[in-house]
Design a protein around this ligand. Sequence first.
Ligand code: NDP
Ligand code: GDR
Length: 323
Amino acid sequence: MAPRTALISGIGGQDGSYLAEFLLERGDRVVGLLRPGAPEGAGLVEPIADRLTLVECDIRDTAGLLRTLGESAPDEVYHLAAASHVASSWDDPVAMADVTAGGTAAMLHAVQRAAPGARLFCAGSSEMFGDGTGEPLGVDARCCPTNPYGAAKLHAFHLVRSFRERFGLFACTGILFNHESPRRSADFVTRKITLGAAGIRAGTMRELRLGRLDGQRDWGFAGDYVDAMWRMLQQPEPRDVVIGSGRLHSVEDFVRAAFARAGLDWRAHVVRDERFIRPDERVALPRVADTRGAAEHLDWMASTEFESLVHMMVDADIASSAR
Ligand code: NDP
Ligand code: GDR
C-alpha cells in the first residue's frame, strides 16, 4: 500500500516536531510548512529534516498553500501554525488576527479548493473560553476570550465549523489545553522555570524572574497531545474535541517541583518581576478541561502525570547544561 501523506503547518514548533516523529513512525510521508526566513531554519525538526519534505510558505500565503496542497495531495492536514504567545498578542493584535485567524482561513480555503478530500485538524486553544467557570470545560462551554490570541483562536474555531458545514469538509478543531515538553520555547513559563532551575544549579544563573505564581493551568505533555490530534482524524465523522488533563496546578507548584528536582530551594532564587504580570489575567477563575469527550470519542487521556512532566523537563535541561 502506498504511504499516506500528512501535511503539517508549523512543523518547526513544539507540537509540529512531535507530530512529525509520530507520523514518520507510523510510516507516513510528511510534508511540513516552515515560515519563510525563520532564523532557526527547520527549527525543532532540523534533526529529522532529511526524512521530511519541507516547504517554505507563510501561513497567510493563499497562493502558496494552494500550490503546495495541490502538489503534495495530502490525505491529512494538521494546521498548527500560529503566533502562540498569549501575553505578546497585545503588542501586535493585528498580526495576531492576521496569522492565527487569517492563516486558518487561508488553510481552509486551500484545502477546500486544492485537497477537498483531505482530513483537516486545526489547533484550537482553551484561551478561546476566556475565564473558567469552576466547572470543567467541554466543547459546548461559553466562549468569551480575554485577549487577542484567544479571540483569534475563537474566530478560527468558527471558520473551521463554517467550512465543515458549508462544504462538507472533514475539518475539526482540537481545543487544546496547555501542553509542554523539553522542546517548549523559553517564552512559556514551564520551560523558563526548568531552564532557570538548571542554570542556577549549574552556576550560570543567579535568579529567576517571574510574574504571578498563583495562576493555575491544566498542563500535559506535548507528546501525548499529538496522539490525540491524530486520533481526531481517524474518526468516522469530524468532531471538535477538548484535549486536556483535567487537573490543575499552579505556577508555584511547577516552580517548587522543578527546583526540588534540581536539588534547590526555590524561595532562595525566584524573584517577582512586574514585567511578567498580565493585567488581563484573572487568576481566581482558572480553566480546566472536561476530559470526557476525548475519553469517549478518542479513547484518549493525558497519560503523563504532572510530576513526570516536570522531571522530564528539568532532567533534559540539566543534561544540556552539563554538556
Ligand atoms: P509553537 O509556537 O512552538 O509553533 C508554532 C509554529 O507556527 C512555529 O513553528 C512558527 O514558526 C509557526 N508560524 C508562526 N507564524 C507563522 C506564519 N506566519 N507562517 C507560517 N508558520 C508560522 O507552538 P506549539 O507547537 O506549542 O503549538 C502548536 C499549535 O497549538 C499552535 O497553533 C498553538 O496556538 C496551539 N496551542 C498550543 C498549546 C500549547 O500549550 N502548546 C495549547 C493550545 C493551543 P516560527 O517559530 O518560525 O515563528
Ligand atoms: P499560557 O502559557 O499563557 O497559558 O499560554 P504561559 O506559559 O505563557 O503562562 C502560564 C502562566 O504562567 C504565568 N507566568 C508567566 N508566564 C510567562 N510566559 N512568563 C513568566 O515569566 C511568567 N510568570 C508567571 C502566566 O501569567 C500564566 O498564568 C499557553 C500557550 O501555549 C498558548 O499558545 C495556548 O493556547 C495556551 O497555553 C492554552
